[in-house]
Write a protein that binds this ligand. Structure first.
Ligand code: SAM
Length: 224
């Protein structure tokens, strides 16, 4: 493992391909100032989410796990004028910081944060009979990933993109008898994906400023 080299390579590509971004830098400062953990996606990963949402032409995005709204802003920037993003978060402080950050970034209207346990908010969303989501980012408590997948499939429209972060966990994901319930949550999630006919998916390992990890990318089959 060569974290120093991964940081330098991220820095190199970041300096070439990611424009200076005072808004997002301000978000990270505000998060640190409020004592939020630094577990947001890295800038290049945020941009990947943004590009994927643009490629998809996403109009309605659902995010599970807001933290301070860093990935939320990357995703919201991909939305068209009439687009909407709903993000779920249960820590009151995180919601407050994220709301401030989103307002400062100009997304006070387009983004709605639902405060509460994500499983409860997902049930509320389903009762609201909202239009289906076309992009869903799963990035909260990993033990609940199997439940989040079930809800994602219920709330997604045909052709929706589903991304789940932190599925490699330093390679721990292959430890069948891991005592880490996050690893077990990911393993069950992968097991479900392997037999779920409604979604086509793949997993990518990544290294970079956030260490050795990876994400799953899936597309809900048309007609489901
Ligand atoms: N997506 C964010 C980003 O990249 O900027 C990072 C999200 S962070 C990895 C996970 C967030 O999910 C934390 O803010 C945590 O409080 C929240 N969370 C964890 N379990 C939750 C639950 N059951 N319901 C709602 N939010 C939860």
């Amino acid at each position: 493992r060569n974290q120093e080299q991964w940081n330098e390579v991220d820095q190199y590509f970041g300096s070439k391909l990611l424009a200076a971004d005072p808004v997002l830098e301000g978000v990270l400062e505000a998060n640190a100032g409020a004592g939020l953990p630094e577990i947001d996606v890295a800038p290049n990963q945020g941009k990947l989410l943004h590009l994927l949402a643009r490629i998809k032409g996403a109009r309605r995005i659902l995010e599970i796990g807001t933290l301070g709204g860093y990935s939320t802003i990357w995703l919201a920037r991909a939305l068209p004028e009439d687009g909407k993003l709903v993000s779920l978060e249960y820590e009151h402080l995180h919601v407050q910081v994220a709301e401030d950050n989103l307002r400062a970034a100009g997304f006070g209207e387009k983004v709605e944060i639902l405060e509460g346990a994500a499983l409860d908010s997902l049930a509320v969303l389903s009762k609201r009979e909202v239009e289906p989501f076309d992009f869903i980012f799963i990035d909260a408590d990993k033990p609940n990933n199997p439940h989040y997948l079930r809800w994602a499939l219920e709330l997604a429209g045909p052709g929706a993109v589903i991304v789940a972060d932190n599925v490699v966990r330093d390679g721990e994901v292959i430890q069948e008898d891991s005592q880490d319930e996050r690893v077990q949550g990911i393993r069950q999630f992968v097991e479900m994906l392997s037999t779920e006919p409604r979604i086509d998916s793949t997993a990518i390992q990544t290294v970079g400023s956030k260490g050795y990890d990876g994400f799953i990318l899936g597309v809900v089959r048309a007609g489901e």
